[in-house]
Design a protein around this ligand. Structure first.
Ligand code: SF4
Length: 347
């Protein structure tokens, strides 16, 4: 694994040289301040968090002050940051540390992660920044960096991929400088290795980054697999005398709203509705077509009649075969129309 020392050492050197050093929650070992920033930064940008963080600390300067406050007061100072479960858990966590741990923060990642609202990655960040513990973080930004640098395939939310990422994150931990390394991962993911249009040309990892080398930076991490679309089936009856075809205008709403399609339904039922009893039937084929929310399999029957008959229903009309394709029919119907051989003109 030759890239490992390169990844870790390069990141540490870059963070010290070019990373962020003046955020209000940096340059402290106070787990309360570090924890508060980590919770606020979940799903929220740094620039949004800063004023909330400063205001919150003014009102609740210590863990004890937060634990002693009513939950409504905490929510009030959180208002606007969204994801209010974070604020409720923040308060519960403060109460628990004061009540159960006599106000002392546990130092191990496992014990931190057992507190309300603190996941494994947040626990690791607190342990690293407050206590200098060698602990791996793996938030969304870090997953993106690792997936790209090591060209790890698969959706990171999938359990097996996530396990592999945690294992990788553990092997990358430095022997020392855990704070600069952890901050470096956060800084790189937030600034250069952005979700869209990563700034690879400014990235210290560029040379060894597999996604960059193979031109796949924007393809990784693998997107969440889409659930399979539901399948639907529609049968269409093309009634034609070889010169014209009978089409029906769809209602304005729904699929193919306002377009012309052949009557839909079982052949016998459609012919009965149209009052046609002398058609000769032949299969016209099947097609598959994808809509945003479902896939449609279309099957079609051609019902040949000797001469078109008058139809009272105003939504139905006879259209000349050669102009039917341009008459406002959906693409799959146009393709099926192409399968109808026009009758030869009488000599
Ligand atoms: S080279 Fe590009 S894709 Fe690779 S880690 Fe850097 S910014 Fe991300």
């Amino acid at each position: 694994m030759s890239a490992v020392p390169s990844f870790t050492d390069t990141l540490i050197a870059w963070q010290k040289r070019a990373g962020r050093h003046d955020l209000p929650w940096q340059n402290t070992r106070d787990p309360y301040r570090i924890w508060l920033s980590e919770i606020m930064l979940q799903q929220t940008q740094v620039t949004t968090v800063i004023p909330y963080y400063l205001r919150f600390l003014e009102r609740f300067p210590t863990l004890e002050a937060l634990a002693a406050a009513p939950q409504e007061a905490v929510i009030e100072y959180w208002a606007g940051l969204g994801y209010y479960a974070r604020a409720r858990n923040l308060h519960r966590c403060a109460v628990e540390i004061v009540a159960v741990h006599a106000g002392k923060w546990p130092k191990s990642v496992d014990r931190l992660a057992s507190l309300p609202g603190i996941g494994r990655s947040t626990a690791a960040a607190i342990a690293a920044f407050a206590f200098g513990e060698r602990a791996a973080i793996l938030d969304g930004n870090v997953k993106r960096v690792l997936c790209r640098f090591f060209a790890i395939e698969g959706f990171p939310g999938q359990a097996s991929v996530e396990r592999a990422l945690w294992a990788r994150a553990e092997t990358l931990l430095p022997e020392c400088d855990i704070e600069a390394y952890t901050q470096g991962l956060m800084d790189l993911g937030a600034t250069l290795c952005s979700r869209r249009k990563p700034h690879c040309n400014d990235c210290p990892l560029q040379q060894a980054c597999q996604a960059h080398r193979t031109g796949r930076a924007e393809d990784l991490p693998t997107a969440k697999p889409r659930p399979a679309l539901p399948e639907r089936h529609g049968h269409y009856v093309f009634v034609s005398d070889g010169h014209r075809v009978l089409l029906e205008r769809r209602p304005a709403h729904g699929i193919w709203g306002g377009l012309l399609v052949p009557p839909e339904g079982e052949t016998a039922a459609v012919l009965a509705r149209l009052g046609i009893s002398d058609a000769s039937e032949s299969p016209l084929g099947t097609l598959r077509h994808s809509f945003t929310h479902f896939r449609l399999t279309l099957s079609a029957t051609l019902c040949h009649i000797d001469a078109p008959k008058a139809i009272a229903d105003p939504s139905l009309c006879w259209i000349a075969l050669e102009s039917a394709a341009e008459a406002g029919v959906p693409t799959p119907i146009r393709k099926l129309l192409e399968g109808i051989a026009p009758a030869r003109e009488a000599q």
